[in-house]
Design a protein around this ligand. Structure first.
Ligand code: BDR
Ligand code: CA
Length: 322
């Protein structure tokens, strides 16, 4: 039976790859896609999502979500944010890992009228079958819904989150972007009582993707596979210059790793049930504090410490052959 999935995105180069993987793999029934601000302001992340839907000729509804986080953006000082995150292409042009708007035709079909948090409330209250929620941007949309009605959690099968970090961080010296961007929302979701699997930077950086994958995608030669190949090559260019991984000529393709986990859980390695809390203040704001002690209590999160690059590349590429 297909697994029902709601995907929450801040599209974003790797978010786009997650949407493509979820839509193209037959194991997944993509119920809806919710958008949130994150990699770019909401108007761009939402429009990018609509453009990807049209690229795929897909039919899933898109719900536009929150334009800002719970409190951080308004009142908290932003400490230690990474600055030198740009890179340069062969012509010397500055490139960023997430372009504002994808170079794809402007979307013809719009999002639904209902905002994303209200969609969660309505859908989760009335659905007959439990649903898995995959969140690959800041966790604001679901946190708002849980704030209004925490009982909706009974219809959530599992929440899979791309976010958090143990030994590898990106946006600050202690935090990963999706959690740092709305730490209060993240803390609320981590304690909602649902089964939670976290796919942190430790997993996405070890499940790196190389040029072999973009070459394969170019051979498949569909509009979607060509676009995914371009996104991967852009990410490799930026990673090599601004955030090199263990293997040169590779990139982290964070968000689709969550979808790959739904298809084959073995794509995540060294998964431990731990207590995970989010730091809500000071220099460590947005840090995920992962308790690795033997005698820890209140274990709320399955935290993946590693990923499997070969398995991930195979799952991703095969989706585009279908
Ligand atoms: C996460 O932040 C975003 O830039 C990516 O889309 C991913 O979801 C990685 O820290
Ligand atoms: Ca994202």
């Amino acid at each position: 039976m297909k697994r029902k999935v709601i995907l929450d995105v801040d599209t974003g180069s790797d978010d786009a790859c997650a949407i493509m993987l979820a839509e193209l793999r037959k194991e997944i029934d993509l119920v809806a896609v919710c958008t949130v601000k994150g990699n770019q302001p909401l108007k761009y992340t939402n429009e990018n999502t609509l453009r990807i839907r049209e690229l795929l000729k897909a039919d899933f509804p898109v719900y536009k979500g929150c334009a800002d986080g719970f409190v951080s953006y308004l009142v908290k000082p932003r400490l230690q944010r990474a600055k030198n995150v740009d890179a340069y292409d062969e012509q010397g042009n500055k490139v960023h890992i997430h372009t504002k708007l994808f170079d794809l035709p402007k979307a013809k079909r719009k999002e639904e009228d209902m905002p994303a948090s209200l969609f969660y409330l309505d859908y989760l209250k009335h659905c007959k079958e439990k649903v898995t929620i995959v969140m690959v941007g800041p966790l604001t949309n679901l946190a708002v819904a849980l704030l209004i009605d925490p009982s909706i959690v009974k219809n959530i099968e599992e929440i899979v989150i791309m976010g958090g970090a143990h030994n590898i961080t990106n946006v600050s010296s202690s935090a990963e972007f999706n959690i740092y961007d709305d730490p209060e929302a993240a803390q609320r979701v981590l304690h909602c009582g649902a089964k939670i699997t976290m796919v942190p930077l430790d997993a996405t950086h070890t499940a790196y993707i190389t040029k072999e994958t973009s070459k394969e995608l170019r051979k498949i030669d569909t509009p979607a596979s060509r676009f995914a190949a371009d996104l991967i090559d852009l990410r490799i260019l930026v990673h090599d210059q601004a955030q090199p991984l263990e293997v040169k000529g590779s990139c982290a393709l964070h968000d689709p790793l969550c979808i790959a986990y739904l298809i084959d859980p073995k794509v995540l390695k060294d998964v431990r049930l731990c207590n995970v809390e989010v730091s809500l203040s000071g220099f460590t704001i947005g840090q995920t504090i992962v308790d690795n002690r033997f005698y820890q209590e209140d274990r709320n999160v399955y935290f993946a410490f590693k990923g499997d690059p070969k398995r991930f590349a195979k799952i991703f590429t095969e989706a585009f052959r279908s």
